[in-house]
Design a protein around this ligand. Structure first.
Ligand code: PLP
Length: 325
């Protein structure tokens, strides 16, 4: 049984054919799932997770939400907007030092009224507990969302997204063979995998790894596998998951998190010029490049139907403008 959620976005997000791009890669039929149009704060995948967090926070009487990420975190920007809508105080722990001028996601988080704490070299919530305790000692009732929103409750957002996808595929009489998407803190990937097994679809996930570094001493594959183990119990999925079910594709992250290369520039320009759709340089651009590489070099079966799950990230383009021109 899935948990209750608060509606914060526009769902279902559109599922569209990419006809122009399919002409460029005639061995494949290409589709896109537009979570970049999910509504909240200019869109993105994190609203699906936040709907569950905000429901639980309000239901249990919390008055404040705290979470963490990189300085250009989309997750933090969407959390700030969700808090504004839900009437919750928001505290964001962002890596790096306070810049003179706010830009991209950081600017938007500020506009949504978040209280921003700059945490230097810590961008994955290392200071979350200590700042939470400080807020609690000042009388706040604080609900903590982990880095990237990637616990089981957040992953439910993507179990539910598979239900949404299944309904769209049924209506369109369409079968998807592969889904490419950006995977970073693991919740999106774990949720999609659990959803595919829970709803009985036959789709191969192609999670493009964005970040080289793990979380709290675990590799990202291990983070995903733990979520699969936890999720299968709650959802009563009869499957023996192993590390192969949790693997990220690591061939595209060698420059490191948030370090933009020619690959991301190629990907952003290709989708923008063929379909009029914008990616971002950190997540969806890197993942899209990974998909293009698979299509160009026939690394996946020919004549298959391939879906790119667009997870958003638009505001970061304005921060990284020099790198993507
Ligand atoms: C635009 C975008 N795409 C993909 C992801 C990856 O999602 P997850 O952290 O659930 O792996 C993120 C995470 O921050 C993101 O901001």
């Amino acid at each position: 049984m899935l948990k209750k959620k608060t509606n914060l976005g526009f769902f279902p997000t559109p599922l569209e054919a990419m006809d122009n791009l399919s002409k460029k890669y005639p061995d494949y039929n290409l589709f896109i799932k537009r979570d970049d149009n999910s509504g909240l704060a200019s869109g993105g995948n994190k609203v699906r997770k936040l709907q569950y967090f905000v429901y639980e926070a309000l239901d249990k009487g919390f008055d404040t939400i705290i979470t963490a990420g990189a300085q250009q975190s989309n997750h933090c920007r969407q959390t700030a907007a969700a808090c504004a809508k839900a009437g919750l105080e928001c505290h964001l722990l962002l890596g790096g030092n306070k810049p003179d001028v706010y830009n991209g996601n950081l600017l938007l988080s500020h506009l949504f009224g978040a209280n921003i704490h700059f945490t230097g070299g810590h961008r994955k919530g290392e200071d979350l507990e200590s700042i939470k305790e400080e807020l609690e000692s000042n009388g706040k009732n604080v609900y903590a969302i982990p880095y990237g929103g990637s616990n089981l409750l957040g992953a439910y957002g993507f179990v539910d997204a598979v239900r949404e996808l299944k309904e769209q595929l049924n209506e369109m009489s369409l079968k998807i063979d592969y889904i490419f998407f950006a995977s970073s803190s693991g919740g999106t990937q774990a949720g999609l995998k659990l959803g595919i097994d829970y709803y009985g679809l036959d789709i191969k996930l192609m999670p493009i790894s964005i970040d080289k570094l793990g979380i709290e001493g675990k590799t990202l594959d291990e983070v995903v596998l733990e979520l699969l183990f936890e999720g299968k119990k709650t959802l009563r999925i009869e499957k023996d998951y192993d590390i192969e079910d949790a693997k990220l594709l690591t061939g595209y992250n060698s420059s490191g998190y948030g370090v933009i290369t020619e690959n991301e520039r190629i990907a952003i320009k290709e989708l923008a010029k063929t379909e009029g759709i914008l990616l971002d340089p950190v997540y969806s651009g890197r993942a899209f490049y990974g998909m293009l590489d698979h299509l160009k070099h026939n690394k996946i079966e020919k004549n298959s139907n391939v879906l790119f799950w667009h997870t958003g990230g638009l505001p970061a383009n304005f921060y990284y403008s020099k790198d993507i021109m």
